[in-house]
Write a protein that binds this ligand. Structure first.
Ligand code: G3H
Ligand code: 13P
Ligand code: ZN
Length: 282
């Protein structure tokens, strides 16, 4: 089927109290793995393109691959810009056919984040493109843990931000980080609860790879409706690829090495879909 707006998927997730997996699409094998996993689980999914993915594959390739994946499967798929860096990039993605965009103004002063996010909503809403924004700083696992809590999302600020901008989904900083964790991440569930009390839109959890399953389940019970996974896919893909290369040092056909990597990604994504409760919800 054709690409669908992310809000459609998240509204159903809200009604059914589950979350939709947002998986980072970095190359053809991963795009195929996400589509295969979604089809096998009969689940809605979000395929998202990060800045790194756009740089690596090129925006046109990503759009082409994801559109073909969506058209050749029977499950609803949204194509989403992950951590969009500017209004101009958002416009480029919408023109190219993205059904959802994130404008990440979390590094900007609050007023500036509100101003640009609002502008994005103004152009996206009339054409049924969904908008995600970020408040608080999520960062990477390499960032200094001691300064982290001061960077978490302020629930009262979130309330004002959502009212002023009219965004469809909000990414929050509650203790997760992008990349591989060194220890076990501790999520601030009280903060999440408070945010959800004040903000009546789907909440997005970034940096979800490596977060224990029970913490993911609890976050979903408290209003998280989109769960972002990238690192776990990379790990599964590359671990199998490495194994294949080691077991078959003379193999020169990339398809024979990348295919098993893709299979490993399918399995990982299926497990995540089941964990998020979106299996059978297509
Ligand atoms: O949001 C961050 C992604 O997980 C990784 O981003 O592809 O730009 O390295 P990247
Ligand atoms: P991880 O790589 O930690 O899973 O984070 C993904 C993410 O949040 C993409 O926006
Ligand atoms: Zn992220």
């Amino acid at each position: 089927m054709a690409l669908v707006p992310m809000t459609e998927l998240l509204a159903k997730a809200e009604a059914g109290k589950y979350a939709v997996g947002a998986f980072n699409a970095n190359n053809m094998e991963i795009v195929q793995a996400i589509a295969m996993a979604a089809e096998k689980e009969k689940a809605p999914v979000i395929m998202q393109a990060s800045q790194g993915a756009i740089k690596y594959a090129g925006l046109d390739y990503i759009i082409g691959m994801v559109k073909i994946a969506a058209e050749s499967t029977r499950v609803p798929i949204a194509l989403h810009l992950d951590h969009g860096t500017s209004f101009e990039q958002v416009v480029r993605c919408i023109r190219g056919g993205f059904s959802s965009v994130m404008f990440d103004g979390s590094q900007l002063p609050l007023e500036e984040n509100i101003r640009i996010t609002k502008k994005v909503v103004e152009i996206a809403r009339p054409i049924n493109v969904s908008v995600e924004a970020e408040l608080g700083k999520i960062g990477g696992t390499e960032d200094d843990i001691s300064v982290k809590e001061s960077l978490f999302t302020d629930p009262y600020e979130a309330e004002v931000f959502v009212k002023e901008t009219g965004v469809d989904a909000l990414a929050v900083a509650i203790g997760t980080a992008h990349g591989q964790y060194k220890g076990e991440p501790k999520l601030d569930f009280e903060r999440l609860k408070k945010i959800r009390e004040l903000v009546n839109i789907p909440i997005v959890l970034h940096g979800s790879s490596g977060v224990p399953d029970e913490a993911i389940t609890k976050a979903i019970s408290l209003g998280v409706r989109k769960v972002n996974i990238d690192t776990n896919i990379r790990e599964a893909f590359v671990a199998r690829l490495r194994q294949e290369i080691e077991n078959n040092p003379a193999e020169i056909d990339p398809r024979k090495l990348l295919g098993p990597g893709r299979d490993a990604a399918v399995e990982l994504i299926r497990e995540k879909i089941r964990l998020f409760g979106s299996s059978g919800k297509a």
